[in-house]
Write a protein that binds this ligand. Structure first.
Ligand SMILES: [Zn+2]
Length: 413
């Protein structure tokens, strides 16, 4: 069993700034993105956004770049352990690279460093054809893979900095990578992972005090507190609750958080969306269940369909959905599901189709509360004059999705 639990501490650890949007090109999600075909090149959307006059998206940046000297050294040594930490743009060629790229290295005065591929694109650089800095790699860098493998051999183990050093990992680099890619420290990541395991064990009937001990918690009160905070359920009340499982998926539009009950998918949101935490709370409220890290058949089904959707090979999702909300919201969401792939309608038309002419404002609000992005296609609703207007995940994503569906985007390289 392996799953990604980075969402757990999301809201507390992610910092929003007015910096240009930061897209996690290489979010080391431990292989949760399995692409069966070409992954669309994201150049187009980046360029579009760079040119767009719309207000900048809020960004998620969690760490500062390392010092210029350090980055230049890493670049010269083709140190791929800095992959995902920075991108290097070469003034003389107009190209930007991953740190580990095999291309000839430039002189220090000709290099600019960027925290994300998107920043480099906005500055006018184009991606290197050798190291493909835009390609969302499903897997984490090799050294992180190695570390995660060791963690997974005994996920209940508690790693201290000293343990990392003994296993020949640099704690500072581990910290930086986790902050950058998961928005939380390695220790917090592990703790959340252990909490998730404990949750599973308690559900299987284990006494919670025992589970706390097994998963490396030193005190039962500390465990009780952390557990209650994370799952909104005390560890001694778990057995009668069916949880909503949550997984992080990687898509060409950045990481997304997916959630499902045993009946179907109930959440799909962009990980950098400011509403995410609210949406998770609403899921817990409507489904009267805690959210726990994990996956199930519906999430796997969704993952497969999303993959095909992004390569243009899938038009209609068949994964079962669980839409819980007010009567009006559910009616609006069901109406969204009627809009065919590649089409758009106006809010007015949607309101009329629902038998609520004139209710376009309420319809817009309900669409904005849609918790299953892409699959429940709220991106297919536009203003009457054809303007795209709002989209929770950001206008550039809405534009991307519509272009993709209307065949106006080049796929692949
Ligand atoms: Zn390169």
């Amino acid at each position: 069993m392996s799953f990604d639990i980075s969402f757990v501490l999301l809201s507390r650890d992610y910092k929003y700034t007015n910096h240009a949007p930061h897209i996690l090109i290489n979010p080391g999600n431990n292989g949760t993105f399995s692409s069966s075909g070409n992954i669309p090149n994201s150049v187009f959307i980046f360029r579009w956004n760079a040119l767009s006059s719309s207000p900048r998206l809020r960004a998620m940046t969690t760490t500062q770049l390392p010092s210029t000297a350090k980055m230049y050294t890493a670049l010269s040594e083709r140190d791929s352990t800095f992959d995902g930490v920075f991108f290097a743009a070469i003034r003389t060629t107009g190209i930007f690279c991953r740190p580990g790229c095999s291309a000839k290295k430039p002189r220090p005065e000709n290099v600019e460093f960027y925290p994300s591929a998107k920043d480099a694109l906005i500055a006018g650089y184009r991606p290197c054809l050798r190291c493909h800095p835009l390609e969302p790699k499903g897997a984490a860098p090799e050294w992180i893979e190695r570390l995660l493998q060791q963690v997974e051999q005994n996920p209940s183990r508690r790693w201290k900095d000293q343990d990392l050093r003994e296993a020949r990992f640099d704690p500072a680099r581990v910290r930086r990578w986790f902050l950058r890619n998961h928005g939380l420290t390695f220790q917090a990541y592990q703790r959340a992972r252990r909490l998730g395991l404990a949750f599973g064990q308690i559900r299987l009937g284990e006494k919670w005090e025992g589970a706390a001990y097994t998963h490396g918690f030193e005190s039962t009160s500390g465990f009780h507190e952390a557990f209650t905070r994370t799952f909104a359920t005390a560890p001694n009340k778990v057995s009668n609750v069916a949880p909503v499982v949550i997984t992080r998926l990687l898509t060409p539009l950045g990481p997304m958080i997916a959630g499902a009950t045993a009946e179907g998918v109930c959440l799909l949101e962009f990980a950098d969306r400011r509403m995410l935490e609210t949406q998770l709370e609403r899921v817990r409220k409507w489904f009267r269940s805690p959210t726990v890290p994990g996956t199930n058949a519906h999430i796997e089904h969704l993952k497969m369909e999303l993959d095909k959707y992004f390569t243009g090979d899938l038009h209609d999702f068949t994964v079962p959905l669980r839409l819980l909300g007010t009567e009006f919201q559910v009616a609006a969401w069901n109406q969204l599901l009627e809009i065919p792939y590649g089409n758009t309608i106006s809010y007015e038309a949607q309101a009329r189709a629902m038998g609520r002419p004139g209710a376009q404002r309420a319809v817009g609000k309900a669409n904005g509360d849609n918790r299953i992005a892409i699959v429940v296609p709220c991106h297919r609703v536009v203003k009457q004059n054809g303007d795209l207007c709002g989209y929770g995940g950001g206008l550039w994503r809405k534009k991307f999705l519509l272009d993709l569906e209307q065949g106006q985007r080049e796929l692949g390289n």
